[in-house]
Write a protein that binds this ligand. Structure first.
Ligand code: IMP
Length: 197
C-alpha cells in the first residue's frame, strides 16, 4: 500500500518511516510524486492543519495521504508559538525562531513547554483518521546538542537529562510527540481500517 506524505520536511519523513518500518506501507513524499505546491495551512489548531494538508493531497492525487502538523507550546507564553512554530520569526529560520523564543522568555521563571503533533491519514472516500501526541519538557537558555531540528537544542527532557538535540533519533522516537501520535495512529488504523499488516 502506498501513502503520500504531505510534507517535504525530511526530518519528519525520517521519523515517520522509522516508526512504520515494520509495515507494508510504501511512503512517498510530495516531492517524489512531483508535487511542489505550497499548501495554505489556515486552520486554527494542529489537527485542523493536518487535515487540510492530507485532504489536499488525497483529493489532488486520488490517493491515501498522511500529514503531520506540529509545534512547540510554551506555558508562560500562553501556548505560543503553537501552530506558528515554523514561522515564529518572520524569516522562518530555526536559529531566528530560537532567538525570538529566548528573547520572549528572558527573565521568565516558568519554562514548562510541550511539543504537540497531530497526524492525519486521509482517504479518497473522505474518511480520515487523526491522532495527537505530546511530550513535555522545559526550555533552557543555552543550546545543547547537534541532532534533531527546530527548537530541539533548547528543549530539555527531564527523564533523559538531555535536550532532544543531544539524543539520537531512535531515543527521541521512544517518547517524542510525533512518535506518540504515530503509534496512536497505528492503533487506530489497525482497529478501523485494518490496512497495516
Ligand atoms: P509544521 O511543519 O507546520 O508542522 O511546523 C513544525 C514546526 O514546529 C517546525 O518547523 C519546528 O519549528 C517545530 N517542531 C515540530 N516538531 C519538532 C521537533 O520534533 N523538534 C523541533 N522542532 C519541532
Amino acid at each position: 500500500m502506498q501513502v503520500i506524505i504531505a510534507t517535504n520536511n525530511l526530518n519528519k519523513v525520517r521519523e515517520i518511516k522509522s516508526i512504520f518500518k515494520d509495515t507494508n506501507i510504501e511512503f512517498k513524499t510530495m516531492g517524489e510524486i512531483g508535487c511542489h505546491d505550497d499548501i495554505v495551512e489556515d486552520g486554527n489548531s494542529f489537527s485542523e492543519n493536518a487535515i487540510i494538508k492530507a485532504k489536499y493531497i488525497s483529493k489532488k492525487y486520488n490517493c491515501i495521504a498522511m500529514s503531520d502538523d506540529s509545534g512547540l507550546e510554551v506555558e508562560a507564553l500562553g501556548g505560543a508559538p503553537g501552530i506558528y512554530s515554523a514561522r515564529y520569526a518572520s524569516t522562518h529560520i530555526d536559529s531566528d525562531n530560537n532567538a525570538l523564543l529566548l528573547k520572549n522568555l528572558k527573565g521568565v521563571e516558568n519554562r514548562r513547554a510541550n511539543y504537540t503533533c497531530s497526524i492525519c491519514v486521509y482517504y479518497p472516500n473522505d474518511e480520515y483518521v487523526i491522532s495527537e501526541g505530546k511530550v513535555y519538557g522545559t526550555i533552557i537558555d543555552e543550546a545543547r546538542g547537534e541532532n534533531g531540528f527546530g527548537y530541539d537544542p533548547y528543549f530539555y527532557i527531564e527523564e533523559f537529562h538531555k535536550t532532544f538535540a543531544e539524543v539520537d533519533l531512535a531515543k527521541k522516537n521512544t517518547i517524542s510527540h510525533r512518535a506518540r501520535a504515530l503509534r496512536g495512529l497505528r492503533e487506530k488504523l489497525d482497529e478501523n481500517f485494518n490496512i497495516i499488516r
